[in-house]
Design a protein around this ligand. Structure first.
Ligand code: ATP
Length: 215
């Protein structure tokens, strides 16, 4: 399936670690957008009883399931870090299931448009063609480092290592249709969210062939 939902206007929201994806997505959700978080979906697939667990155990062995039946994340992280082939096998199991679950969630969405939160949207390559707009949450790298160090209690080097595995700020900005700059307090976010929400409502209405007020 190429599109999560052909009938609905959809936005892919992305951004580097700590740039404020969740913060901004919550603001759109508060205005009525249907927000679907692909990280949450991936997590649910590998939680106890998760739909990907039987295939993961068949592929990697029962050792990769923790006693509660969830994926042993530390063990899997260590494996895929050391073995790129294992990462490919893991992604072959997870990616189609994430795609299927996001499509199912989009079909159930009741908002006027859908926002998919996809941290590695630009890196993954497949999402660009599935959404009408790519929205990047943008902030200076120093702000990212400070926020993630504070939130996750991580040393600076570890935060920078995670950032090094993601596209650069400049590349993300170039790939985006829309950008929200999140380098200040929440007050600075609101007008940017309001403006884009109004634009997305208009685009959704245009796609549906309806005047905006009927959405
Ligand atoms: P991740 O990539 O780790 O999932 P994220 O991009 O979803 O992160 P958030 O979790 O929304 O980012 O924000 C990271 C941290 O920075 C959080 O602790 C959040 O409360 C804080 N934060 C985000 N935006 C702002 C802001 N404008 N003012 C103050 N704090 C902020």
């Amino acid at each position: 399936m190429d599109s999560p939902d052909f009938t609905r206007f959809s936005v892919g929201l992305t951004g580097g670690i700590g740039c404020g994806k969740t913060t901004v997505a919550d603001l759109f959700a508060a205005r009525g957008a249907s927000v679907i978080d692909t990280d949450q979906i991936a997590h649910a697939l590998t939680a106890p009883g998760g739909a990907a667990m039987p295939a993961l155990v068949a592929e990697f062995g029962a050792d990769f399931a923790a006693p509660d039946g969830a994926m042993d994340r530390a063990k899997m992280r260590a494996l895929v870090f050391a073995d790129p082939g294992a990462r490919t096998r893991l992604e072959a199991i997870l990616h189609p299931r994430i795609r299927e679950a996001t499509a199912a969630a989009a079909l159930l969405a009741t908002g006027p448009y859908v926002i998919f939160v996809v941290p590695l949207l630009i890196e993954s390559g497949t999402w660009r063609g599935r959404v009408a707009r790519v929205l990047a949450i943008d902030c200076p790298e120093e702000v990212q480092v400070a926020r993630v160090m504070a939130r996750n209690n991580l040393p600076e080097a570890q935060v920078r290592a995670i950032m090094a595995a993601q596209v650069s700020r400049a590349e993300r900005r170039l790939a985006a249709d829309d950008i929200i700059l999140n380098d200040d307090g929440l007050d600075a976010l609101l007008p940017q969210v309001e403006r884009l929400h109004a634009f997305y409502l208009d685009e959704a209405a245009r796609l549906a062939g309806l005047p905006n007020e009927r959405l």
